[in-house]
Ligand binder design. Structure first.
Ligand code: PLP
Length: 397
């Protein structure tokens, strides 16, 4: 008789894991009601309060709250002086907005490969992609795991480039004791509904550079502003944040310890410079050879059937190679002057990032952050599901 739930056996998890997201109660209702009744719906005290608190939590002096994480990237690029025809280096494994934000300021995204161990932008790939037109690097702290900011800042210093940290996944994460977003010239955050700190939609730029803060504020003031309603919700959510971070950390530690005894599923090895690892999704590596050669897709399907939902957090970037994106035809379609591309038109269908492509298609598995908000019993169930699949892998062949 089949044991695995995918084949009709009993699933390991009988009820959901973790908590449903977002978490809210009367605290959020009260915060919103207060702003509604005040009539100050656009911007004022709440926006300023969250700017200060959130920036300080990430070791930055200035915070500029915005409508979402996509415009935060555009605002940061503009503030950093990135302009038409400049090149902006971004990783292949990320959400599409990282690269397209460069396009939105008429710059050219140059997509480079990731480090196969951390899934973050590879410093040697950055170096190799630098040209006289390069103006900025956008490292993404993928899933929330900090990119190698030592190497990235060294490269930026050497070539006089701006660094904009895309922290859409890394609220609370630290590199050498400093909050992500405060190490580069500017950091950008998203408060979209799935994020670990959310007000439905929202974003922020943080920086320690007064001049960049002033510029960002001026740019944001055009039409990128966060409302007082969003800020009120965010402040209420922010009060919950430190405890949620602690719960996730405790649960991940339990899971990682248990995974050490199971061949074929490897957590990302933690660099000691990652002094706090908060995560939007938590990635681990699936090694098919250790699971009798079954595909990652089959493994994730079997895991899902056991009641452990698993997906791929980072996105592929089909927009770049489906259609004429980046070449002269595409610029014509958008009505943008071809001069922006200069002699550096990039045919994205010929750009390959072998590590990112392998990881994305075959290797990486991601768990959403809300799965880690329950107690350690949930983590034990995940370990039981891993073990069960491994012990009965022949059912999947
Ligand atoms: C890495 C990354 N950058 C930028 C964004 C854009 O944020 P938003 O959805 O708030 O516009 C996202 C959104 O998920 C993201 O994952």
């Amino acid at each position: 008789m089949a044991k695995l739930a995918i084949n009709g056996g009993d699933p390991v998890v009988k009820k959901g894991l973790g908590k449903s997201w977002p978490i809210h109660d009367e605290k959020e209702e009260k915060a919103l009601l207060e702003v509604i009744q005040s009539g100050a719906w656009n911007r004022r005290e709440k926006v300023d309060e969250i700017a200060e608190k959130f920036a300080a939590y990430h070791d930055a002096e200035y915070g500029i709250p915005l409508a979402n994480g996509t415009v935060a990237l555009q605002c940061a690029l503009k503030a950093a002086g990135v302009t038409a025809g400049d090149e902006v280096i971004a990783p292949a494994l990320t959400f599409v907005a990282t690269g397209t934000s460069a396009v939105c300021v008429n710059a050219v995204p140059v997509i480079v490969d990731v480090d196969p161990l951390t899934y973050n932008i590879a410093p040697d790939a950055i170096e190799a992609a630098i040209t006289p037109r390069t103006r900025a690097i956008i490292p993404v702290h993928n899933g929330g795991y900090p990119a190698d900011m030592d190497a990235i800042m060294d490269i930026a210093d050497k070539h006089n480039l701006k660094v904009i940290e895309d922290c859409a996944h890394s609220h609370g994460s630290q590199w050498r004791g400093k909050g992500t977003g405060s190490i580069g010239d500017l950091g950008t955050f998203s408060f979209q509904i799935g994020k670990t700190l959310t007000c439905g939609e929202g974003g922020m730029v943080i920086t320690n550079d007064e001049e960049l803060a002033i510029k960002s504020r001026e740019i944001a003031n055009l039409n990128m502003r966060m409302t007082n309603l969003q800020a009120a919700l965010l402040l209420a959510q922010f009060e919950r944040f430190p405890e949620q971070v602690e719960t996730r950390e405790k649960n991940v530690a339990y899971l990682v310890k248990g995974m050490a005894d199971i061949e074929g599923i490897d957590p990302i090895p933690r660099d000691e410079r990652v002094t706090r690892w908060c995560f939007y999704y938590w990635d681990f590596r699936f090694i098919p050879e250790e699971f009798a050669g079954i595909s990652r897709g089959k493994f994730m399907e079997a895991l899902g059937a056991e009641g452990v939902p698993c997906g791929v957090g980072a996105h592929g970037q089909p927009i770049y190679n489906e259609g004429p994106f980046g070449n002269a035809d595409w610029f014509d379609q958008l009505g943008l002057p071809r001069e922006f591309l200069g002699d550096r038109a990039i045919d994205y269908s010929t750009v390959h990032c072998p590590q990112a492509e392998y990881v994305y298609h075959n290797e990486v598995c991601s768990f959403g952050h809300a799965m880690f908000l329950g107690d350690t019993d949930d983590m034990q169930l995940i370990l039981d599901a891993f073990q069960k699949i491994r012990s009965n892998v022949e059912e999947l062949q």
